[in-house]
Design a protein around this ligand. Structure first.
Ligand code: ADP
Ligand code: ASP
Ligand code: MG
Length: 439
């Protein structure tokens, strides 16, 4: 048996957390490969090292002095080194980083140093070999991740290696320039390593005892999820359940390797299993609820829209031309609505509007803002009648106005649009009806 273990930022925020991590690794000799994030928050008011790096590099890019900010980052690492009583100095590494910042090595390079340095410390502390992902995790020239080449390189690099620490979050272009995944991307690195070594399990260690039915920042102590499928997980993660990066399932899915979410601060808890498919029924009708605020929608009406060939395509073309990605497109006979992220849309809205008029000549066009989307996800929903009706009555009961409903063709999820200000209230109401009262 071989396990890949990934530890997130809060599991590596200070020396005490490093010690917990080492205890976990040593408790099971099958934990051969360790993927690390950058140090995260030590408390609610703290800042993640990754965010400190982005901020420091922004100063460098503007030719401003950044020595104080870089020194604060160095101090965080030195505190960990001192706390672990290691004979290790990162002085030369920081000199190199300063030089590269001045030479404008890029914000991806800057952010990646958080994981890079934590990898060096962890490998030194555990006595494991250090593997820099810049050598083995590759991106194509257009910035897309090269999964197959990476898989070959990682397996080759780790062949015959007993134990190793690999930094998460980044890789490199073929020319060696550093490129990161999107935020939270160390989860993807763990999955890549698990696939490459044909691991039996990918353990993802974080600060909660598994995937919970909903966000613990909205509901106090939500019920835990014992088993969830890759697709359910992806739907929930994409919609804001940030426990695991939504793309982290792809590499392991190719090999059918299960992911086990575990809590570094409570290692005896069984956590959540994320699997390809399961005969196990979820405890409730739904598996989970997640959501995000900050959407706009563009409502378009045109008489006889339904019979006009290519109408939807022409409308969507206007968004594509402005490089705006689309979240949802519910439609009726004479109407359609396009949901987009407000932040991405707002600066380009008038360009999109005029292009829709040019391409699709609608009778009416109206933009609404400050909307939230909530996903209710569950493999059990298609076997149950009336799930949508229960959601509606729960929301009506607490006077939440439902602005949109969209049931995915897989019948795995129902997406509901509400106003931003009703977001938490709506999640509470849905949680109550399916989990607390189980009506
Ligand atoms: P790490 O630093 O270990 O990668 P993250 O901060 O990325 O950890 O993810 C863990 C956090 O995700 C939890 O602390 C919790 O606040 C948040 N979270 C959001 N939705 C959920 C959910 N459904 N279940 C558990 N945690 C959730
Ligand atoms: N440190 C990176 C971030 O904060 C990557 C990660 O934690 O997975 O996004
Ligand atoms: Mg994370």
């Amino acid at each position: 048996m071989s396990k890949v273990v990934k530890f997130g930022g809060s599991s590596l925020a200070d020396a005490k957390q490093f010690q917990k991590v080492a205890d976990i690794i040593k408790a099971d000799p099958e934990r051969h490969f360790v993927v690390v994030s950058a140090p995260g928050k030590r408390n609610d008011k703290d800042t993640k090292v990754t965010d400190m790096l982005y901020k420091t590099y922004a100063l460098a890019e503007d030719d401003k002095n950044f020595s104080k900010e870089l020194a604060a980052i160095e101090a965080r690492y030195n505190e960990i080194i001192k706390g672990l009583k290691l004979k290790l100095s990162l002085k030369e590494e920081f000199e190199k980083i300063e030089e590269n910042f001045k030479a404008k090595a890029g914000s991806d390079y800057a952010a990646s140093r958080g994981e890079y340095l934590n990898g060096i410390i962890m490998s030194n502390y555990l006595g494991f070999e250090f593997v820099d992902p810049a050598e083995v995790i590759l991106f194509d020239d257009d910035g897309s991740f090269d999964a197959e080449m990476t898989n070959r390189k990682v397996s080759k690099r780790l062949r015959g290696v007993e134990n190793a620490v690999i930094s998460g979050f980044y890789g490199a272009y073929e020319n060696g320039k550093i490129k990161t995944f999107s935020r939270g991307g160390s989860d993807i690195t763990g999955s890549i390593v698990a696939r490459a070594i044909h691991a039996d399990v990918y353990e993802n260690w974080t600060d909660v005892s598994g995937f919970l039915v909903t966000d613990p920042r909205i509901i106090d102590k939500p019920a835990p999820i014992e088993t969830i499928t890759y697709t359910e997980l992806r739907e929930l993660a994409y919609m804001g359940a940030s426990v695991l990066h939504e793309d982290a399932i792809f590499p392991v899915r190719k090999e059918g390797i299960p992911i086990n979410i575990r809590n570094t601060n409570s290692p005896e808890d069984a956590g959540t299993w994320i699997v390809e498919s399961t005969a196990k029924k979820s405890k409730y009708t739904i598996t989970g609820i997640a959501g995000k605020k900050g959407f706009c929608c563009v409502n378009i009406s045109k008489d006889m829209m339904n019979s006009e060939v290519g109408y939807v395509r022409r409308v969507l073309q206007a968004f594509e031309d402005q490089n705006i990605s689309i979240e949802h497109v519910p439609s009726g006979i004479d109407t359609m609505t396009v949901f987009v992220a407000q932040e991405e849309f707002i600066d380009k809205e008038q360009a999109v509007v005029s292009e829709i008029h040019r391409l699709a000549k609608p009778d009416l066009l109206e933009i609404e803002s400050d909307l939230a989307l909530i996903a209710v996800v569950g493999r059990g929903m298609k076997r149950q009648r009336g799930t949508a009706a229960r959601i509606f009555s729960a929301l009506a009961h607490v006077s939440v106005n439902v602005r949109m409903i969209d049931q995915g063709s897989s019948e795995l999820n129902i997406i509901i649009g509400v106003e931003n200000r009703d977001f938490e209230k709506a999640i509470k109401a849905i949680y109550d009806i399916f989990v607390v009262t189980q009506l």
